[in-house]
Design a protein around this ligand. Structure first.
Ligand code: FAD
Length: 293
């Protein structure tokens, strides 16, 4: 069993943080306070999501550019294929390159009508993430990360097919795969091993979702094909009106998962912050990360 006290003798993992572009001034303040709090932990990079259907194109761009110019952090921009032609996406990518952004998280995106609808590519667009990775590689020498699914993407015909799809993304130029949230560490370990058996040799970086709003995260998880184990629901049972205790538990559950993943050989972890610093900071502290000047 991996214990928190072992973190003292272990080299902390490399971490990255994911943020979303703010929708209003209050959210903008929260986001920037969070970035300032987490920046001294010296993450490998921080990424900014791209809203469904390209709805946050400008806000994502502004946030990424501001991180890149106003902090010492390396910013990565998420980019999807949804509702845009190849030309439009290429223009966005070129703007990133011209602003000094060198890392793109390349995604297909979800159907504009909702996650439960069938995905239809834009008639002049990139058909999927592998196609986008190929397009980006032709534009400039971007570092490209892609998504991976330890429990299979809901659209995939089979698990093997999904791994083949990941292989296509890597063959097209991706150098890192960040996973969808998955709460069972054994599943992520098994996935990493299956990916390696398929000849995919890029780092598989687990996406860590600290759970404070159990109902909300369960809904999100189910929609994207991630299972919610009974033990997790049991841990949060009876805490519906107790956000303070939920937060303490969330940090401890996420830190335990990170420590177990590290013990299994994962040296890079990607933390979904939901634009809040407190949990991500607590988890990183328990992993042995300390603020640097
Ligand atoms: P793809 O890799 O293209 O694959 C999607 C599915 O289609 C897979 O099941 C795959 O097996 C299947 N498939 C694709 N091509 C083929 C083919 N030729 N033949 C057979 N099957 C095929 N969404 C956003 O809108 N904005 C974000 O910022 C964002 N960030 C994310 C970050 C991470 C780390 C993760 C894990 C997901 C993120 N998503 C985001 C969600 C993502 O857009 C969705 O999961 C989307 O449904 C799939 O995107 P993808 O890049 O994995 O697609």
């Amino acid at each position: 069993m991996t214990l928190i006290k072992d973190a003292e003798v272990r080299t902390p993992p490399l971490v990255s943080f994911e943020f979303s572009p703010p929708r209003n001034e209050a959210m903008e303040e929260t986001l920037w306070n969070s970035i300032e709090r987490l920046a001294p932990l010296a993450p490998e990079f921080v990424s900014v999501t791209y809203g469904a259907g390209g709805s946050t194109r400008e806000r994502t761009h502004d946030t990424v550019r501001r991180i890149q110019t106003e902090t010492h952090l390396k910013a990565a921009a998420h980019l999807t294929c949804v509702a845009a032609s190849k030309g439009e996406i290429d223009d966005v990518a070129r703007q990133y390159w011209d602003s000094g952004i060198r890392h793109i998280v390349a995604l297909r995106g979800d159907p504009p009508g909702g996650i439960d609808k069938k995905y239809e590519p834009h008639p002049d667009g990139y058909v999927n993430a592998a196609d986008l990775v190929l397009g980006l590689s032709k534009i400039a020498d971007f570092e490209i990360s892609v998504a991976a699914y330890p429990e299979k993407h809901p659209d995939a015909i089979s698990f093997d097919d999904d791994i083949e799809n990941l292989k296509r993304k890597v063959d097209a130029g991706a150098s890192r795969a960040i996973t969808q949230m998955a709460f069972e560490t054994e599943r992520i370990v098994r996935f990493r091993d299956q990916v390696a058996e398929a000849g995919i040799d890029v780092p598989i970086v687990p996406g860590i979702m600290p759970v404070t709003n159990f109902a909300g995260v369960s809904k999100m998880a189910r929609a994207c094909g991630a299972s919610v184990p009974n033990w997790l629901s049991h841990i949060f049972e009876g805490l519906e009106d107790d956000p303070e205790t939920r937060k303490l538990i969330a940090a401890s559950v996420a830190a335990e998962q990170c420590l177990n993943l590290q013990a299994e050989g994962f040296n890079e972890l990607h933390i979904y912050t939901l634009n809040r610093a407190d949990l991500a900071y607590a988890v990183c502290h328990l992993l042995g990360l300390r603020a640097k000047r």
